[in-house]
Structure formats: structure tokens, C-alpha cells
Ligand binder design. Structure first.
Ligand code: HEC
Ligand code: HEC
Length: 354
């Protein structure tokens, strides 16, 4: 009898470890299939008062020269923290060089920006404040303003123990808020957690998305070669054949290497249906146009075109993917599964001034 209970115990344990579940860590709830690949200290150091202060700072136009632009002007919760524009508009109506990026799941990101210019959220946080085409406020002035305000000294005191406002405290608070922006309750997550039964079309799209095509054997869309794993990222930079000559050098802006010209960071595709327009310069307005690009319009003469794209076709001797119209549609239906209403509506992610 006792022996049977022991067996039963091990059966239950093994079922549980195979089954995905949501794990509560300090402050955050992370699904078991995403519970790796981040710095544990980034989670253990999260502190409610710092996160809450970071949220005020993120939504406060006080950090721009004429108090008209906040981080949230270009990173809006309802658009999964993008702005719906091909290229962002900063202070005095100035256009940015690139398209605003979604800020979901940055906890796992090793490099930031389309060209990987920053390696930590703390380093990145102060750059838009000073950038002349974004918020245009020297950090020393930002600190003086916050110090002179009624709101901020008590909030810094609550978060850091004293009311002193420094560059590093400012960066820490914004970065902590950003690390809490987890998008982990899309239909795709619910499927992984056994809470949602996908349609046949969603399953077909998922299968195509993650399959590398082998002509004559297995049909695939090749997407998961780069947008890989549950976060749909690979921490790397690629030339996806958008141009034969690049106006924006991409990764080469940081490294100076000619082979990096035209390579951009693989963006996550989570919430992609909410973040149009697409690509580093927002050149495509719809997911249909994105699929047409990968399927039919890759510039095969682009120097440094990624081999994962150049070599991939569903037809023997094919130069591009050659998916059918139905297959492209199935992939788009799968991409729509990645929208997370809880993420965009989460009350902890909204403007605290409203
Ligand atoms: C004028 C619009 C604008 C404002 C204001 C703005 N951003 Fe951005 N943000 C962008 C653009 C555009 C990019 C991509 C830039 C690039 O790659 O060169 C970006 C990229 C980022 C990234 C990188 C995300 C990733 O996945 O790599 C982070 C983090 C970020 N912004 C945070 C902030 C914070 C914090 C603030 C406020 C202090 C802020 N942004 C203000 C437009 C803006
Ligand atoms: C070789 C790696 C690679 C492959 C394969 C690949 N992508 Fe991408 N994807 C990228 C990179 C890099 C970017 C950013 C390109 C840029 O803006 O210059 C990108 C951008 C995108 C974007 C726009 C994201 C945004 O935030 O604007 C979408 C949507 C997308 N890819 C979907 C797909 C789909 C669907 C497939 C399969 C049919 C696919 N990708 C295959 C690397 C890849």
C-alpha cells in the first residue's frame, strides 16, 4: 500500500514538471517555459516603490525640455508600448531615425535598440531624455526639475531611503518599471499552459512559423529560425533582404564592421498585430505586406543577405520561400495569437496621472 503511494507521488511529480505552469517570483509571475535566460538579480532586486516611481517617470512629460513629451508618447500601453508611426515624432515635431520598439519582455533582452547600441536598460533609460530629437533635456536639468518638484523628492525617499535624486537612481527606477512589462498571457501562452485549444488554422500557422522548409519534404515559413523560442527572439542581428543598399547602416553603426551594414536586431513578434507599421523604418503597414516581403520580395542581391533566408525555399531550386496564399494567411493567424489583451490593459502598466 505504502509503495503504491510512493509510485503515485512520483507519477504526480513527473506530470507536474512536464506541464507548464505560472511561477510566482518576487513581484513577477513567469510561466515555467520562460523561467530561464534572465538575470535572477534583475527580478530579486525589483522593489514595489522603485517600480512605482519608475512608472511616474515613464509617463511624465516633465522629463522633456518643453514638458510636452514623455517616454509614453512613443511607447503607449494600448499599442504594446509602440506609437503606431513609421518613425517616431519627438519634441518640436522632429522625426526619429527609426520606428519605436515594443517594450514587452525586456527582462530577457541582452541588447537594446534596432542596432544593439545599449546592453542594459539602465544605460538606455537616460538617452531619450537627452536626445535632441526626442525629449531634449540635459540630465542635470532633469534632476534639478525633479528635485524642485513637490511630487518627486518624497517618492525617491520612499524608494531609495533618502530624497536625493541622482542619475543612477533615475535610471534604476525607469529600468525597474520596464522590467515588469511582461507579456505572457496571449492565446499562444494559454495554449502552452493548456488553457486554450487552438483552431486548425492557428495550429497550421504555428507549425509553418517554426519549420525550416526542406523542398519536397517539409513545408515551412522559416520564421522561427530567427524569431525563435517562446519569446520569438534570438538576441542577434540579421539582414533580411529589405534593400540592396541601406540608408540606415543598422548594427554597423555600433560595430563599424562593413559586414554589419543592413543587419538589425531580431524583434520579438509578441503583440505584433498591435504594433504596426513594421520594420526598423516602419515601411510595411500590414502583416500581409511583411509576409509578401519574406515570400516574394526579398532582395536577393542585398550584400550580406542572411543565409537562413537566402537558402530557404519550399520548392526545389526556388529562390524565395514560395508559400501559398493560404499558408501566408495561416502564419498571420498564428501571429494574431500573440496579442495579449492582459498586457495592454494591465492597470499597473497604465498612466498613473490619469
Ligand atoms: C520620440 C519617441 C521616443 C521617446 C520619447 C522615447 N522613445 Fe524609446 N524608442 C524610440 C525609438 C524610435 C526606438 C528605437 C531606436 C533605435 O533603434 O535607434 C526606441 C527604443 C527604446 C528601447 C529599446 C527596446 C528594445 O527592445 O531594444 C527602450 C528600452 C526604450 N526605447 C525606452 C524608452 C524610455 C525609458 C524612454 C523615456 C526615458 C523612451 N524610450 C522615450 C522612440 C522613443
Ligand atoms: C534571418 C532571420 C529572420 C527570419 C528567417 C525571419 N525574420 Fe522577421 N525579422 C528579422 C529581423 C532582423 C527583423 C528586423 C528587420 C528590420 O527592421 O530591418 C525582422 C522583422 C520582422 C517583423 C517586423 C517586426 C517589427 O517590430 O516591426 C515581422 C512582423 C517579422 N519579422 C515576421 C517574420 C515572419 C512571419 C517570418 C517568416 C515568414 C520571419 N519574420 C522570418 C529576422 C528574421
Amino acid at each position: 500500500m505504502r509503495f503504491q503511494y510512493i509510485i503515485l507521488f512520483f507519477v504526480l511529480i513527473s506530470c507536474k514538471t512536464e506541464h507548464s505552469e505560472r511561477i510566482n517570483t518576487n513581484y513577477l509571475e513567469i510561466p515555467s517555459y520562460l523561467d530561464f535566460g534572465y538575470d535572477a538579480e534583475d527580478v530579486s532586486s525589483l522593489d514595489e516603490d522603485k517600480v512605482s516611481l519608475g512608472r511616474f517617470l515613464f509617463f511624465d512629460p516633465i522629463l522633456s525640455r518643453d514638458s510636452s513629451v514623455s517616454c509614453a508618447s512613443c511607447h503607449q500601453p494600448a499599442k504594446a508600448f509602440t506609437d503606431g508611426k513609421a518613425k517616431s515624432i519627438g519634441i518640436d515635431g522632429q522625426e526619429s531615425k527609426r520606428s519605436a520598439m515594443s517594450l514587452a519582455n525586456l527582462l530577457w533582452r541582452k541588447r537594446l535598440m534596432w542596432d544593439g547600441a545599449f546592453e542594459s536598460l539602465e544605460d538606455q533609460a537616460l538617452q531619450p531624455i537627452e536626445a535632441s530629437n526626442e525629449m531634449d533635456l540635459p540630465i542635470a536639468d532633469a534632476i534639478a526639475r525633479l528635485t524642485g518638484s513637490e511630487r518627486y523628492p518624497p517618492l525617491f525617499e520612499k524608494a531609495f531611503g533618502t530624497a536625493e535624486i541622482t542619475e543612477s537612481r533615475l535610471a534604476t527606477a525607469i529600468a525597474q518599471f520596464e522590467r515588469t512589462l511582461l507579456s505572457t498571457n496571449s492565446k499562444y501562452d494559454q495554449y502552452l499552459l493548456g488553457e486554450y485549444e487552438p483552431t486548425t488554422q492557428e495550429l497550421s500557422g504555428l507549425q509553418l512559423f517554426f519549420t525550416h522548409p526542406t523542398a519536397g519534404e517539409e513545408r515551412g515559413g522559416n520564421c522561427g529560425d530567427c524569431h525563435s523560442g517562446f519569446l520569438m527572439i534570438n538576441q542577434s542581428f540579421h539582414n533580411t533582404g529589405l534593400d540592396a543598399e541601406f540608408i540606415d547602416s543598422g548594427r554597423a553603426d555600433v560595430t563599424g564592421f562593413s559586414f554589419d551594414v543592413g543587419r538589425f536586431k531580431t524583434p520579438s513578434l509578441r503583440n505584433i498585430a498591435l504594433t504596426a507599421p513594421y520594420m526598423h523604418d516602419g515601411r510595411f503597414s500590414t502583416l500581409e505586406e511583411v509576409l509578401d516581403h519574406y515570400n516574394e520580395h526579398v532582395m536577393l542581391n542585398s550584400p550580406g543577405l542572411d543565409p537562413l533566408i537566402a537558402a530557404a525555399s519550399n520548392e526545389e531550386g526556388g529562390e524565395t520561400l514560395q508559400l501559398t496564399a493560404q499558408e501566408k494567411e495561416d502564419i498571420i493567424v498564428f501571429l494574431q495569437m500573440l496579442s495579449d489583451q492582459d498586457f495592454i490593459n494591465n492597470t499597473k502598466h497604465q498612466n498613473p496621472f490619469e
